[in-house]
Design a protein around this ligand. Structure first.
Ligand code: GLA
Length: 368
């Protein structure tokens, strides 16, 4: 078929932050918010991109001219980067018309970029009958982001958008991309997971991400391992003793303890002890705030004000320095928790946060 409609979701990450570029474990789930692409093949070698969310006219690019480093630093770099990555990997992709509409909040740490990349890859996979598996599309989307867009991100967001399933969190080993779908049915237990978008994004976030990644790689090199994933929780005290730089030591401590937290959360969820993950979420936040140092006052305030009002657990989610936090709460406590967060933000004169309840939605799919 030469045209159709496809959708790919944004995500939140339940636990496992900044572990994905350390070959570690993550546990995202898909949001009901999606980017929808209406797309058709073109035979003239042109890629025509239009976004209802961004507005303005369509952008036309020659597929044969797409080259990393020559992007426009706008939203079109993401779909253009996917076309480049597919072609660079030897797949015969030509021109296409794309019209995008999205309900994934942008700048909120909820992977609007990955949704845009994955929906593009999924559409092209069908339009050009490439026969690519989901994990392979995710890898190519990551390559688009790393090489074409120039952001040194890991593989979590693209895999979440491509591979998540409704009602489950995705337990992903980012080393070999092996996956397990873990049932995460909050409603059955009278629980809710709130996403609190602080609606701030601190300006230095991009450079700081790269610095954390470089620090983790330095730690792995000093410890003589391929990635921090190779340091077990049991071996952590000894490894920390071998790292002399306090900043690098703190980064390594976060990654190793965070991988351990993912394992603990998985085992609780598998035994149906969902309440028990609350304190682990809190530990994760403290580690991101104190050791990895990527939180900010707004994210800390979501965590502190929701826990003070009786939430079971809370932590920042995603890259950090703004964006969103998640809050696990009993359904009965939700109104008090929401009120507490809103009042705390008002008292601090912060922007009014956007709060919504999230249940695990399906991953990317063809709609028609
Ligand atoms: C961003 C990146 C991901 C991951 C998270 C932190 O969302 O795109 O690859 O590193 O930050 O866990």
């Amino acid at each position: 078929m030469s045209e159709g409609v496809w959708a790919a979701p944004g995500r939140v990450n339940l636990i496992g932050e900044h572990t994905d570029y350390n070959d570690g474990f993550v546990m995202p789930f898909a949001l009901p918010h999606t980017t929808v692409a209406t797309a058709a093949r073109r035979d003239d070698g042109l890629l025509r991109l239009h976004s209802a969310s961004v507005g303005g006219g369509a952008v036309e690019l020659r597929v044969a001219d797409l080259t990393p480093g020559h992007g426009t630093r706008s939203w079109t770099d993401y779909p253009a980067g996917v076309v480049w990555a597919l072609r660079d990997a030897g797949h015969e992709v030509g021109g296409a018309d794309f019209h995008f509409e999205s309900t994934v909040p942008t700048g909120a740490g909820l992977s609007s970029s990955a949704a845009l990349e994955v929906v593009t890859a999924l559409a092209l996979n069908d339009l050009y009958e490439l026969g690519l598996e989901r994990w392979r599309m995710a890898r190519l989307c990551q390559r688009a982001e790393n090489v074409y867009v120039g952001a040194p991100t890991g593989i979590m967001d693209q895999t979440a958008s491509a591979c998540c399933t409704a009602g489950h969190a995705l337990h992903l080993d980012t080393r070999d991309l092996s996956q397990r779908q873990i049932p995460f049915d909050l409603a059955a237990l009278g629980l809710e997971l709130l996403v609190v978008d602080t609606r701030v994004k601190h300006a230095h976030s991009d450079g700081e991400y790269g610095k954390r990644r470089a620090g983790c790689e330095a730690a792995a090199a000093q410890l003589g391992v391929a990635a921090l994933r190779d340091i077990s929780y049991e071996a952590l005290p000894q490894a920390l003793g071998r790292l002399t730089d306090p900043e690098i030591r703190a980064l390594a401590k976060h990654i190793v303890t965070e991988n351990h937290r993912v394992e603990r959360v998985v085992s609780h969820l598998e035994s149906g002890e969902v309440h028990a993950i609350g304190p682990i979420l809190n530990e994760g936040h403290a580690s991101l705030r104190d050791d990895f140092r990527i939180s900010c006052p707004e994210l800390d305030l979501v965590v502190d004000s929701s826990l003070a009002a009786g939430a079971l657990g809370a932590r920042m989610t995603g890259g950090g320095f703004g964006g969103s936090a998640i809050v696990l709460t009993d359904v009965s406590t939700k109104p008090t928790v929401t009120k507490s967060v809103l009042e705390a933000f008002a008292a601090a004169s912060y922007r009014v946060p956007r709060i919504f309840s999230a249940t695990p939605a399906p991953g990317a799919t063809r709609l028609s």
